[in-house]
Design a protein around this ligand. Sequence first.
Ligand code: TPP
Ligand code: MG
Length: 580
Amino acid sequence: MTSPARAPLLSRPAPARSVAELLLGYLKAEEVGAVFGLPGGPATPLFDALLREPALRTVVARHEAGAAFMALGAARATGRLGVCLLTTGPGATNAVTAVAAAKSDGLPLLVLTAQVAAASFGKGSLQDSSDVGVDTVSIFRPVTKLSALLASPANAGSLMRQALRTAMTGRRGPVHLSVPADLMRRAAPDAASSPCEYRPRSRVFDRAAVETAARLLTAARRPAILAGHGTLLAGAEPELQELAELVGAPVATTPKGKGAFPETHPLALRVFGLASSPRAARVLLSPETDLLLVVGSSLHENSCEGWDPRLAAGRTLIQQDIEPAVIGRNYPVSAAMVGDAKTTLSELLLVLRRRRRGRPARPAPPDADAPPWLPLPAPSDGPLKPQRLMRALDAALPERARVILDVGSHALWATHYLTANGRNSFAHNWGEFAAMGYGVASCVGAAIAAPGRPVVAIVGDGGFAMLGMEVSTAVTHRVPVVWVVLNDGRLNAVHHGQRLQYEGRTAGTEFRRIDAAGVAAALGAWSLRVEREAEVGPALAAALASGRAAVLDVRIDPDEAPPLESRVRALERHFGGENP
Ligand SMILES: Cc1ncc(C[n+]2csc(CCOP(=O)(O)OP(=O)(O)O)c2C)c(N)n1
Ligand SMILES: [Mg+2]
Protein backbone atom coordinates (compact mmCIF):
# COMPACT_ATOMS: atom_id res chain seq x y z
CA MET A 1 0.00 0.00 0.00
CA THR A 2 1.19 3.56 -0.57
CA SER A 3 0.58 6.57 1.63
CA PRO A 4 0.82 10.20 0.65
CA ALA A 5 3.27 10.97 3.51
CA ARG A 6 6.80 12.13 2.68
CA ALA A 7 8.88 11.83 -0.45
CA PRO A 8 11.41 8.94 -0.35
CA LEU A 9 14.79 9.90 1.08
CA LEU A 10 16.76 8.15 -1.65
CA SER A 11 16.03 6.45 -4.89
CA ARG A 12 18.40 4.33 -6.95
CA PRO A 13 17.93 2.87 -10.42
CA ALA A 14 16.85 -0.75 -10.03
CA PRO A 15 18.95 -3.50 -11.70
CA ALA A 16 17.41 -5.66 -14.42
CA ARG A 17 16.82 -8.45 -11.89
CA SER A 18 17.73 -8.06 -8.24
CA VAL A 19 18.71 -10.80 -5.82
CA ALA A 20 15.38 -10.21 -4.05
CA GLU A 21 13.51 -10.78 -7.32
CA LEU A 22 15.54 -13.87 -8.10
CA LEU A 23 14.68 -15.40 -4.71
CA LEU A 24 10.99 -14.68 -5.27
CA GLY A 25 11.30 -16.17 -8.77
CA TYR A 26 12.28 -19.47 -7.15
CA LEU A 27 9.27 -19.32 -4.85
CA LYS A 28 7.01 -18.98 -7.89
CA ALA A 29 8.81 -21.87 -9.58
CA GLU A 30 8.03 -23.97 -6.48
CA GLU A 31 4.35 -22.96 -6.79
CA VAL A 32 4.38 -21.27 -3.42
CA GLY A 33 1.10 -19.39 -3.17
CA ALA A 34 1.69 -17.29 -0.08
CA VAL A 35 4.62 -15.90 1.85
CA PHE A 36 4.01 -15.54 5.59
CA GLY A 37 6.11 -12.97 7.34
CA LEU A 38 6.73 -9.91 9.41
CA PRO A 39 8.94 -7.07 8.15
CA GLY A 40 11.73 -5.02 9.65
CA GLY A 41 14.19 -2.51 8.14
CA PRO A 42 16.70 -4.91 6.53
CA ALA A 43 13.90 -7.12 5.11
CA THR A 44 12.09 -4.32 3.29
CA PRO A 45 13.67 -4.87 -0.18
CA LEU A 46 12.14 -8.36 -0.17
CA PHE A 47 8.74 -7.06 0.95
CA ASP A 48 8.99 -4.32 -1.68
CA ALA A 49 9.75 -6.90 -4.38
CA LEU A 50 6.72 -8.91 -3.23
CA LEU A 51 4.53 -5.96 -4.23
CA ARG A 52 5.41 -6.74 -7.86
CA GLU A 53 4.61 -10.46 -7.56
CA PRO A 54 0.83 -10.86 -7.56
CA ALA A 55 1.24 -14.65 -7.68
CA LEU A 56 2.78 -14.54 -4.20
CA ARG A 57 0.28 -13.44 -1.57
CA THR A 58 1.94 -11.64 1.31
CA VAL A 59 0.45 -12.51 4.68
CA VAL A 60 1.84 -10.51 7.59
CA ALA A 61 1.31 -12.22 10.94
CA ARG A 62 1.22 -10.66 14.40
CA HIS A 63 4.25 -12.63 15.65
CA GLU A 64 7.07 -14.39 13.81
CA ALA A 65 6.18 -17.70 15.49
CA GLY A 66 2.71 -17.24 14.01
CA ALA A 67 4.16 -16.56 10.56
CA ALA A 68 6.40 -19.63 10.69
CA PHE A 69 3.59 -21.86 12.01
CA MET A 70 1.35 -20.56 9.20
CA ALA A 71 4.02 -21.41 6.64
CA LEU A 72 4.27 -24.93 7.98
CA GLY A 73 0.47 -25.21 8.09
CA ALA A 74 0.54 -24.30 4.39
CA ALA A 75 3.21 -26.93 3.72
CA ARG A 76 1.23 -29.59 5.61
CA ALA A 77 -2.01 -28.80 3.77
CA THR A 78 -0.57 -28.55 0.25
CA GLY A 79 2.45 -30.89 0.26
CA ARG A 80 4.43 -28.00 -1.21
CA LEU A 81 7.10 -25.72 0.20
CA GLY A 82 6.04 -23.35 3.00
CA VAL A 83 7.82 -20.00 3.13
CA CYS A 84 8.27 -17.39 5.81
CA LEU A 85 10.06 -14.10 5.45
CA LEU A 86 11.32 -12.39 8.59
CA THR A 87 13.61 -9.64 9.62
CA THR A 88 16.98 -10.06 11.27
CA GLY A 89 17.76 -10.50 14.99
CA PRO A 90 14.61 -10.86 17.11
CA GLY A 91 12.48 -11.44 14.01
CA ALA A 92 14.54 -14.52 13.30
CA THR A 93 14.85 -15.78 16.89
CA ASN A 94 11.09 -15.46 17.47
CA ALA A 95 10.52 -18.14 14.82
CA VAL A 96 12.87 -20.82 16.16
CA THR A 97 10.17 -22.95 17.89
CA ALA A 98 8.03 -23.21 14.77
CA VAL A 99 11.05 -24.07 12.64
CA ALA A 100 11.95 -26.83 15.09
CA ALA A 101 8.36 -28.09 14.81
CA ALA A 102 8.77 -28.28 11.02
CA LYS A 103 11.96 -30.30 11.50
CA SER A 104 10.29 -32.75 13.85
CA ASP A 105 7.31 -33.10 11.48
CA GLY A 106 9.39 -33.49 8.29
CA LEU A 107 7.71 -30.50 6.64
CA PRO A 108 9.47 -28.48 3.93
CA LEU A 109 9.87 -24.88 5.04
CA LEU A 110 12.08 -22.12 3.70
CA VAL A 111 12.87 -19.48 6.30
CA LEU A 112 14.28 -16.34 4.72
CA THR A 113 15.63 -13.92 7.29
CA ALA A 114 17.13 -10.57 6.54
CA GLN A 115 20.61 -9.77 7.76
CA VAL A 116 22.23 -6.39 8.32
CA ALA A 117 24.41 -5.19 5.45
CA ALA A 118 27.46 -7.42 4.92
CA ALA A 119 29.57 -4.27 4.70
CA SER A 120 28.74 -3.46 8.32
CA PHE A 121 29.21 -6.85 10.03
CA GLY A 122 30.70 -6.41 13.46
CA LYS A 123 30.26 -2.63 13.56
CA GLY A 124 27.36 -2.71 15.99
CA SER A 125 24.56 -2.23 13.45
CA LEU A 126 21.10 -2.44 14.94
CA GLN A 127 20.23 -6.17 15.19
CA ASP A 128 23.51 -7.41 13.70
CA SER A 129 22.92 -11.15 13.27
CA SER A 130 26.12 -12.06 11.49
CA ASP A 131 28.61 -14.38 13.17
CA VAL A 132 29.93 -11.42 15.15
CA GLY A 133 26.42 -10.44 16.30
CA VAL A 134 23.55 -12.65 17.50
CA ASP A 135 24.48 -15.35 14.99
CA THR A 136 21.17 -16.42 13.42
CA VAL A 137 22.76 -18.83 10.95
CA SER A 138 24.13 -20.80 13.90
CA ILE A 139 20.90 -20.47 15.91
CA PHE A 140 18.93 -22.11 13.09
CA ARG A 141 21.50 -24.81 12.36
CA PRO A 142 20.28 -27.46 14.85
CA VAL A 143 16.61 -26.95 13.90
CA THR A 144 17.01 -27.05 10.12
CA LYS A 145 18.49 -29.32 7.46
CA LEU A 146 20.58 -26.39 6.20
CA SER A 147 21.25 -22.89 7.50
CA ALA A 148 23.49 -20.58 5.50
CA LEU A 149 24.45 -16.97 4.84
CA LEU A 150 24.18 -15.63 1.33
CA ALA A 151 27.67 -14.20 0.85
CA SER A 152 27.51 -12.89 -2.72
CA PRO A 153 24.92 -12.12 -5.41
CA ALA A 154 26.92 -14.41 -7.69
CA ASN A 155 25.81 -17.53 -5.80
CA ALA A 156 22.27 -16.44 -4.89
CA GLY A 157 20.83 -18.86 -7.44
CA SER A 158 22.95 -21.87 -6.53
CA LEU A 159 22.49 -21.36 -2.78
CA MET A 160 18.74 -21.04 -3.22
CA ARG A 161 18.68 -24.20 -5.36
CA GLN A 162 20.64 -26.08 -2.73
CA ALA A 163 18.28 -24.88 -0.01
CA LEU A 164 15.21 -25.97 -2.01
CA ARG A 165 16.75 -29.32 -2.92
CA THR A 166 17.56 -29.93 0.74
CA ALA A 167 14.10 -28.94 1.98
CA MET A 168 12.20 -30.96 -0.61
CA THR A 169 14.10 -34.25 -0.88
CA GLY A 170 14.62 -37.27 1.38
CA ARG A 171 12.90 -36.70 4.71
CA ARG A 172 11.74 -33.15 4.05
CA GLY A 173 12.36 -30.34 6.49
CA PRO A 174 13.13 -26.68 7.11
CA VAL A 175 16.03 -24.72 5.66
CA HIS A 176 17.18 -21.21 6.51
CA LEU A 177 18.88 -18.55 4.42
CA SER A 178 20.16 -15.32 5.92
CA VAL A 179 20.20 -12.57 3.29
CA PRO A 180 22.26 -9.41 3.94
CA ALA A 181 20.35 -6.22 3.22
CA ASP A 182 22.98 -4.79 0.89
CA LEU A 183 22.82 -7.84 -1.37
CA MET A 184 19.06 -7.83 -1.84
CA ARG A 185 18.94 -5.05 -4.41
CA ARG A 186 22.14 -6.03 -6.20
CA ALA A 187 21.89 -7.45 -9.71
CA ALA A 188 21.42 -11.21 -9.87
CA PRO A 189 23.38 -12.94 -12.62
CA ASP A 190 20.87 -15.65 -13.51
CA ALA A 191 17.11 -16.17 -13.69
CA ALA A 192 15.22 -18.74 -11.62
CA SER A 193 15.27 -22.21 -13.11
CA SER A 194 12.57 -24.84 -12.85
CA PRO A 195 12.46 -27.41 -10.00
CA CYS A 196 12.93 -30.39 -12.33
CA GLU A 197 16.38 -28.97 -13.17
CA TYR A 198 17.66 -28.74 -9.63
CA ARG A 199 15.96 -31.40 -7.50
CA PRO A 200 15.05 -35.03 -8.08
CA ARG A 201 11.37 -35.90 -7.96
CA SER A 202 11.90 -39.65 -7.70
CA ARG A 203 10.13 -41.62 -5.00
CA VAL A 204 12.43 -44.30 -3.71
CA PHE A 205 11.88 -47.87 -2.53
CA ASP A 206 14.01 -50.97 -1.98
CA ARG A 207 12.90 -53.95 -4.09
CA ALA A 208 14.69 -56.62 -2.02
CA ALA A 209 13.22 -55.26 1.23
CA VAL A 210 9.74 -55.21 -0.30
CA GLU A 211 10.13 -58.87 -1.38
CA THR A 212 11.14 -59.84 2.17
CA ALA A 213 8.23 -57.94 3.68
CA ALA A 214 5.81 -59.56 1.22
CA ARG A 215 7.10 -63.03 2.18
CA LEU A 216 6.66 -62.29 5.89
CA LEU A 217 3.19 -60.81 5.38
CA THR A 218 2.09 -63.81 3.34
CA ALA A 219 3.28 -66.17 6.06
CA ALA A 220 1.62 -64.24 8.90
CA ARG A 221 -1.56 -65.59 10.45
CA ARG A 222 -2.81 -62.39 12.07
CA PRO A 223 -1.03 -59.32 10.77
CA ALA A 224 -1.89 -55.78 11.88
CA ILE A 225 -0.79 -52.38 10.60
CA LEU A 226 0.23 -49.22 12.46
CA ALA A 227 0.27 -46.20 10.15
CA GLY A 228 2.06 -42.99 11.09
CA HIS A 229 2.43 -39.42 9.88
CA GLY A 230 4.74 -40.53 7.04
CA THR A 231 1.74 -42.22 5.41
CA LEU A 232 -0.03 -38.87 5.21
CA LEU A 233 3.03 -36.93 4.07
CA ALA A 234 3.54 -39.38 1.20
CA GLY A 235 -0.17 -39.39 0.28
CA ALA A 236 -0.18 -43.16 0.71
CA GLU A 237 -3.72 -43.45 2.13
CA PRO A 238 -5.19 -45.27 -0.94
CA GLU A 239 -2.35 -47.81 -0.99
CA LEU A 240 -2.68 -48.35 2.76
CA GLN A 241 -6.38 -49.10 2.44
CA GLU A 242 -5.82 -51.44 -0.50
CA LEU A 243 -3.10 -53.28 1.40
CA ALA A 244 -5.20 -53.64 4.55
CA GLU A 245 -8.09 -55.04 2.51
CA LEU A 246 -5.85 -57.38 0.50
CA VAL A 247 -4.21 -58.96 3.54
CA GLY A 248 -7.21 -58.55 5.85
CA ALA A 249 -5.15 -56.63 8.40
CA PRO A 250 -6.74 -54.26 10.90
CA VAL A 251 -5.21 -50.77 10.91
CA ALA A 252 -4.42 -48.45 13.78
CA THR A 253 -2.83 -45.07 13.26
CA THR A 254 -0.45 -43.22 15.51
CA PRO A 255 -1.85 -39.98 16.97
CA LYS A 256 -0.14 -37.96 14.22
CA GLY A 257 -1.14 -40.53 11.61
CA LYS A 258 -4.84 -40.01 12.46
CA GLY A 259 -6.63 -39.53 9.17
CA ALA A 260 -4.39 -41.92 7.20
CA PHE A 261 -7.10 -44.60 7.39
CA PRO A 262 -10.85 -44.00 7.57
CA GLU A 263 -11.92 -44.72 11.14
CA THR A 264 -15.34 -45.73 9.82
CA HIS A 265 -13.80 -48.70 7.91
CA PRO A 266 -14.52 -52.20 9.30
CA LEU A 267 -10.75 -52.81 9.63
CA ALA A 268 -10.15 -49.54 11.53
CA LEU A 269 -8.82 -49.79 15.06
CA ARG A 270 -8.56 -45.98 15.51
CA VAL A 271 -5.56 -44.44 17.30
CA PHE A 272 -2.75 -46.28 19.07
CA GLY A 273 -0.25 -44.42 21.24
CA LEU A 274 -1.03 -41.35 23.27
CA ALA A 275 -4.82 -41.38 23.89
CA SER A 276 -5.10 -44.94 22.50
CA SER A 277 -8.41 -46.39 21.53
CA PRO A 278 -9.11 -49.49 23.69
CA ARG A 279 -9.72 -51.30 20.39
CA ALA A 280 -6.31 -50.41 18.97
CA ALA A 281 -4.56 -51.31 22.21
CA ARG A 282 -6.39 -54.66 22.40
CA VAL A 283 -5.34 -55.77 18.92
CA LEU A 284 -1.87 -54.25 18.69
CA LEU A 285 -0.74 -55.54 22.08
CA SER A 286 -2.40 -58.96 21.74
CA PRO A 287 -0.08 -61.99 21.57
CA GLU A 288 -2.44 -63.23 18.82
CA THR A 289 -1.09 -60.55 16.47
CA ASP A 290 1.92 -62.31 14.96
CA LEU A 291 3.09 -59.55 12.61
CA LEU A 292 3.04 -55.78 12.87
CA LEU A 293 3.68 -53.65 9.80
CA VAL A 294 4.62 -50.09 10.78
CA VAL A 295 4.23 -47.57 7.96
CA GLY A 296 5.76 -44.10 8.19
CA SER A 297 6.27 -43.92 11.94
CA SER A 298 9.53 -43.47 13.79
CA LEU A 299 7.94 -45.23 16.83
CA HIS A 300 8.66 -42.43 19.26
CA GLU A 301 7.24 -42.28 22.77
CA ASN A 302 3.77 -41.04 21.75
CA SER A 303 3.25 -43.54 18.95
CA CYS A 304 4.08 -46.69 20.92
CA GLU A 305 2.39 -46.06 24.30
CA GLY A 306 5.66 -45.05 25.93
CA TRP A 307 7.71 -47.87 24.37
CA ASP A 308 5.32 -50.66 25.40
CA PRO A 309 7.42 -53.84 25.05
CA ARG A 310 4.37 -55.84 23.92
CA LEU A 311 4.35 -53.94 20.63
CA ALA A 312 7.18 -56.10 19.29
CA ALA A 313 7.42 -59.03 21.73
CA GLY A 314 7.33 -62.47 20.10
CA ARG A 315 6.18 -61.23 16.71
CA THR A 316 7.50 -60.16 13.34
CA LEU A 317 8.01 -56.41 13.07
CA ILE A 318 8.32 -54.74 9.68
CA GLN A 319 9.10 -51.04 9.76
CA GLN A 320 8.86 -48.70 6.76
CA ASP A 321 10.23 -45.15 6.88
CA ILE A 322 11.86 -42.62 4.61
CA GLU A 323 14.46 -41.98 7.28
CA PRO A 324 16.77 -44.98 7.81
CA ALA A 325 18.03 -43.63 11.15
CA VAL A 326 14.68 -44.25 12.90
CA ILE A 327 14.26 -47.84 11.74
CA GLY A 328 15.09 -50.27 14.54
CA ARG A 329 15.64 -47.37 16.92
CA ASN A 330 13.33 -48.60 19.65
CA TYR A 331 12.29 -52.11 18.62
CA PRO A 332 14.28 -54.82 16.82
CA VAL A 333 12.93 -55.25 13.30
CA SER A 334 12.56 -58.39 11.20
CA ALA A 335 12.51 -56.38 7.99
CA ALA A 336 13.22 -52.73 7.19
CA MET A 337 11.77 -50.93 4.19
CA VAL A 338 13.54 -47.63 3.60
CA GLY A 339 11.76 -45.38 1.14
CA ASP A 340 8.71 -43.38 0.29
CA ALA A 341 5.55 -44.82 1.86
CA LYS A 342 3.38 -44.49 -1.25
CA THR A 343 5.82 -46.16 -3.63
CA THR A 344 6.85 -48.80 -1.13
CA LEU A 345 3.23 -49.78 -0.42
CA SER A 346 2.30 -49.88 -4.10
CA GLU A 347 5.30 -52.12 -4.82
CA LEU A 348 4.33 -54.29 -1.87
CA LEU A 349 0.82 -54.55 -3.32
CA LEU A 350 2.21 -55.65 -6.69
CA VAL A 351 4.31 -58.40 -5.13
CA LEU A 352 1.52 -59.56 -2.80
CA ARG A 353 -1.01 -59.75 -5.61
CA ARG A 354 1.40 -61.93 -7.57
CA ARG A 355 2.04 -64.22 -4.61
CA ARG A 356 -1.51 -64.57 -3.46
CA ARG A 357 -2.90 -65.48 -6.87
CA GLY A 358 -4.90 -68.72 -6.46
CA ARG A 359 -4.45 -68.86 -2.68
CA PRO A 360 -7.36 -69.17 -0.27
CA ALA A 361 -8.42 -65.94 1.37
CA ARG A 362 -6.88 -65.15 4.76
CA PRO A 363 -9.03 -65.98 7.81
CA ALA A 364 -11.05 -63.10 9.19
CA PRO A 365 -9.06 -60.59 11.23
CA PRO A 366 -9.23 -60.85 15.02
CA ASP A 367 -12.60 -59.56 16.04
CA ALA A 368 -11.85 -56.14 17.38
CA ASP A 369 -14.75 -56.15 19.78
CA ALA A 370 -13.17 -53.81 22.30
CA PRO A 371 -14.94 -50.46 22.49
CA PRO A 372 -13.72 -47.75 20.09
CA TRP A 373 -13.29 -45.23 22.90
CA LEU A 374 -13.31 -44.89 26.67
CA PRO A 375 -16.77 -44.62 28.29
CA LEU A 376 -18.56 -41.31 27.83
CA PRO A 377 -19.78 -39.57 30.99
CA ALA A 378 -23.58 -39.54 31.28
CA PRO A 379 -25.38 -36.42 30.04
CA SER A 380 -25.83 -33.91 32.84
CA ASP A 381 -26.80 -30.33 33.53
CA GLY A 382 -23.41 -29.67 35.11
CA PRO A 383 -20.35 -28.21 33.39
CA LEU A 384 -19.78 -29.45 29.84
CA LYS A 385 -17.64 -32.60 29.82
CA PRO A 386 -14.87 -32.49 27.20
CA GLN A 387 -15.68 -36.04 26.09
CA ARG A 388 -19.27 -35.09 25.31
CA LEU A 389 -18.09 -31.88 23.64
CA MET A 390 -15.97 -33.98 21.26
CA ARG A 391 -18.79 -36.33 20.33
CA ALA A 392 -21.03 -33.31 19.71
CA LEU A 393 -18.33 -31.73 17.53
CA ASP A 394 -17.87 -35.02 15.69
CA ALA A 395 -21.54 -35.02 14.76
CA ALA A 396 -21.40 -31.40 13.61
CA LEU A 397 -18.08 -31.30 11.72
CA PRO A 398 -18.52 -31.11 7.95
CA GLU A 399 -17.33 -34.16 5.99
CA ARG A 400 -14.52 -32.24 4.30
CA ALA A 401 -13.29 -30.33 7.35
CA ARG A 402 -9.60 -30.07 8.15
CA VAL A 403 -9.21 -30.43 11.90
CA ILE A 404 -6.06 -28.94 13.33
CA LEU A 405 -5.10 -29.53 16.95
CA ASP A 406 -2.83 -27.76 19.38
CA VAL A 407 -1.03 -29.52 22.25
CA GLY A 408 -2.77 -30.31 25.53
CA SER A 409 -5.77 -32.16 26.97
CA HIS A 410 -8.01 -30.82 24.20
CA ALA A 411 -5.83 -32.61 21.63
CA LEU A 412 -6.03 -35.86 23.59
CA TRP A 413 -9.81 -35.63 23.77
CA ALA A 414 -10.00 -34.80 20.06
CA THR A 415 -7.63 -37.59 19.03
CA HIS A 416 -9.57 -40.06 21.11
CA TYR A 417 -13.19 -39.12 20.47
CA LEU A 418 -13.32 -37.57 16.99
CA THR A 419 -13.60 -39.85 13.97
CA ALA A 420 -11.22 -39.34 11.05
CA ASN A 421 -12.67 -40.07 7.64
CA GLY A 422 -9.43 -40.78 5.82
CA ARG A 423 -9.35 -37.54 3.82
CA ASN A 424 -6.16 -36.34 5.47
CA SER A 425 -8.46 -34.53 7.83
CA PHE A 426 -6.24 -34.13 10.90
CA ALA A 427 -3.02 -32.25 11.52
CA HIS A 428 -1.11 -31.61 14.72
CA ASN A 429 2.40 -31.47 16.12
CA TRP A 430 1.98 -33.77 19.11
CA GLY A 431 4.70 -36.15 17.99
CA GLU A 432 8.27 -35.81 19.14
CA PHE A 433 8.22 -32.01 19.53
CA ALA A 434 4.69 -31.01 20.58
CA ALA A 435 4.85 -27.22 20.38
CA MET A 436 1.92 -25.34 21.87
CA GLY A 437 0.85 -22.64 19.43
CA TYR A 438 1.13 -24.91 16.38
CA GLY A 439 -2.60 -25.47 16.11
CA VAL A 440 -3.50 -21.89 16.97
CA ALA A 441 -1.55 -20.40 14.05
CA SER A 442 -0.87 -23.13 11.46
CA CYS A 443 -4.61 -23.32 10.72
CA VAL A 444 -4.47 -19.84 9.16
CA GLY A 445 -1.72 -20.98 6.78
CA ALA A 446 -3.65 -24.13 5.89
CA ALA A 447 -6.80 -22.15 5.13
CA ILE A 448 -4.95 -19.64 2.97
CA ALA A 449 -2.79 -22.09 1.04
CA ALA A 450 -5.43 -24.77 0.50
CA PRO A 451 -8.78 -23.00 0.42
CA GLY A 452 -12.03 -24.79 -0.27
CA ARG A 453 -12.18 -26.95 2.85
CA PRO A 454 -13.57 -25.76 6.17
CA VAL A 455 -10.76 -25.40 8.74
CA VAL A 456 -11.51 -26.02 12.41
CA ALA A 457 -8.74 -25.59 14.98
CA ILE A 458 -9.27 -27.25 18.36
CA VAL A 459 -7.03 -25.53 20.88
CA GLY A 460 -6.59 -24.98 24.62
CA ASP A 461 -6.90 -21.67 26.40
CA GLY A 462 -3.18 -21.81 27.26
CA GLY A 463 -2.17 -22.15 23.60
CA PHE A 464 -4.76 -19.55 22.61
CA ALA A 465 -3.19 -17.15 25.10
CA MET A 466 0.20 -17.76 23.46
CA LEU A 467 -0.66 -17.15 19.81
CA GLY A 468 -4.35 -16.25 19.68
CA MET A 469 -3.45 -12.78 18.41
CA GLU A 470 -3.16 -14.50 15.02
CA VAL A 471 -6.95 -14.36 14.91
CA SER A 472 -6.22 -10.78 13.86
CA THR A 473 -4.22 -12.09 10.87
CA ALA A 474 -7.18 -14.22 9.81
CA VAL A 475 -9.54 -11.26 10.24
CA THR A 476 -7.27 -8.99 8.19
CA HIS A 477 -7.03 -11.51 5.35
CA ARG A 478 -10.68 -12.57 5.60
CA VAL A 479 -9.76 -16.18 6.28
CA PRO A 480 -12.68 -18.24 7.60
CA VAL A 481 -10.97 -20.37 10.25
CA VAL A 482 -13.00 -21.54 13.23
CA TRP A 483 -11.11 -21.86 16.52
CA VAL A 484 -12.77 -24.03 19.16
CA VAL A 485 -11.10 -22.97 22.41
CA LEU A 486 -11.44 -25.44 25.29
CA ASN A 487 -11.56 -22.93 28.09
CA ASP A 488 -10.61 -24.51 31.42
CA GLY A 489 -8.40 -21.88 33.11
CA ARG A 490 -5.59 -24.40 33.18
CA LEU A 491 -2.63 -25.89 31.44
CA ASN A 492 -4.71 -28.96 31.96
CA ALA A 493 -2.62 -31.72 30.40
CA VAL A 494 0.20 -30.79 32.76
CA HIS A 495 -2.25 -30.33 35.64
CA HIS A 496 -3.71 -33.83 35.31
CA GLY A 497 -0.31 -35.35 34.62
CA GLN A 498 0.93 -33.87 37.89
CA ARG A 499 -2.11 -35.10 39.79
CA LEU A 500 -1.38 -38.65 38.69
CA GLN A 501 2.32 -38.36 39.43
CA TYR A 502 2.35 -36.32 42.64
CA GLU A 503 -0.47 -37.83 44.73
CA GLY A 504 -2.90 -35.14 43.69
CA ARG A 505 -0.54 -32.14 44.02
CA THR A 506 -0.26 -29.64 41.16
CA ALA A 507 1.99 -26.62 40.62
CA GLY A 508 2.07 -23.86 38.05
CA THR A 509 -0.93 -25.02 36.05
CA GLU A 510 -3.79 -22.62 36.84
CA PHE A 511 -4.68 -19.11 35.69
CA ARG A 512 -7.73 -16.86 35.75
CA ARG A 513 -10.08 -17.88 32.95
CA ILE A 514 -9.69 -15.79 29.81
CA ASP A 515 -12.68 -14.28 28.02
CA ALA A 516 -11.64 -15.88 24.72
CA ALA A 517 -14.85 -14.76 22.97
CA GLY A 518 -14.19 -11.21 24.17
CA VAL A 519 -10.58 -11.30 22.96
CA ALA A 520 -11.74 -12.61 19.59
CA ALA A 521 -14.44 -9.93 19.28
CA ALA A 522 -11.88 -7.25 20.10
CA LEU A 523 -9.73 -8.59 17.25
CA GLY A 524 -12.66 -8.32 14.83
CA ALA A 525 -13.70 -11.99 14.72
CA TRP A 526 -17.13 -13.57 15.01
CA SER A 527 -17.33 -15.16 18.43
CA LEU A 528 -19.62 -16.98 20.81
CA ARG A 529 -19.42 -18.44 24.30
CA VAL A 530 -20.67 -22.04 24.58
CA GLU A 531 -21.57 -23.71 27.87
CA ARG A 532 -24.03 -26.52 27.11
CA GLU A 533 -23.80 -29.65 25.00
CA ALA A 534 -26.93 -28.77 23.03
CA GLU A 535 -25.32 -25.48 21.96
CA VAL A 536 -22.23 -27.12 20.42
CA GLY A 537 -23.59 -28.25 17.04
CA PRO A 538 -25.57 -25.07 16.29
CA ALA A 539 -22.61 -22.91 17.43
CA LEU A 540 -20.18 -24.69 15.09
CA ALA A 541 -22.67 -24.48 12.23
CA ALA A 542 -23.18 -20.76 12.85
CA ALA A 543 -19.42 -20.12 13.08
CA LEU A 544 -18.84 -21.91 9.78
CA ALA A 545 -21.80 -20.17 8.17
CA SER A 546 -20.48 -16.77 9.22
CA GLY A 547 -17.77 -17.16 6.56
CA ARG A 548 -15.46 -15.23 8.88
CA ALA A 549 -12.68 -15.89 11.30
CA ALA A 550 -14.65 -17.21 14.26
CA VAL A 551 -13.92 -18.27 17.83
CA LEU A 552 -16.05 -20.55 19.97
CA ASP A 553 -15.17 -20.02 23.61
CA VAL A 554 -16.22 -23.35 25.10
CA ARG A 555 -16.39 -23.49 28.88
CA ILE A 556 -15.59 -27.06 29.88
CA ASP A 557 -15.34 -28.99 33.10
CA PRO A 558 -11.64 -28.75 33.95
CA ASP A 559 -11.72 -31.73 36.29
CA GLU A 560 -12.09 -34.52 33.74
CA ALA A 561 -8.69 -36.24 33.44
CA PRO A 562 -7.62 -36.83 29.82
CA PRO A 563 -6.19 -40.18 28.67
CA LEU A 564 -2.51 -39.54 29.29
CA GLU A 565 -1.52 -42.50 31.45
CA SER A 566 1.16 -43.73 29.02
CA ARG A 567 2.78 -40.28 29.06
CA VAL A 568 2.78 -40.24 32.86
CA ARG A 569 4.29 -43.73 33.02
CA ALA A 570 6.99 -42.64 30.54
CA LEU A 571 7.72 -39.51 32.63
CA GLU A 572 8.06 -41.63 35.77
CA ARG A 573 10.62 -43.75 33.96
CA HIS A 574 12.45 -40.61 32.77
CA PHE A 575 12.65 -39.30 36.34
CA GLY A 576 13.84 -42.69 37.50
CA GLY A 577 16.72 -42.47 35.05
CA GLU A 578 15.60 -45.66 33.25
CA ASN A 579 16.44 -46.37 29.65
CA PRO A 580 12.97 -47.09 28.34
C1 TPP B 1 5.56 -24.19 23.82
C2 TPP B 1 5.21 -25.21 24.85
N1 TPP B 1 5.32 -24.91 26.17
C3 TPP B 1 4.98 -25.83 27.10
C4 TPP B 1 4.56 -27.08 26.74
C5 TPP B 1 4.21 -28.11 27.80
N2 TPP B 1 2.75 -28.36 27.76
C6 TPP B 1 2.22 -29.42 27.14
S1 TPP B 1 0.56 -29.46 27.22
C7 TPP B 1 0.52 -28.05 28.11
C8 TPP B 1 -0.80 -27.46 28.58
C9 TPP B 1 -1.53 -26.78 27.49
O1 TPP B 1 -2.55 -25.97 28.03
P1 TPP B 1 -3.79 -25.54 27.17
O2 TPP B 1 -3.35 -24.95 25.89
O3 TPP B 1 -4.71 -24.73 27.99
O4 TPP B 1 -4.45 -26.94 26.83
P2 TPP B 1 -5.22 -27.94 27.86
O5 TPP B 1 -4.24 -28.98 28.27
O6 TPP B 1 -5.68 -27.14 29.02
O7 TPP B 1 -6.32 -28.50 27.03
C10 TPP B 1 1.81 -27.57 28.35
C11 TPP B 1 2.12 -26.36 29.15
C12 TPP B 1 4.50 -27.35 25.35
N3 TPP B 1 4.12 -28.55 24.90
N4 TPP B 1 4.80 -26.40 24.44
MG1 MG C 1 -6.37 -25.18 29.15
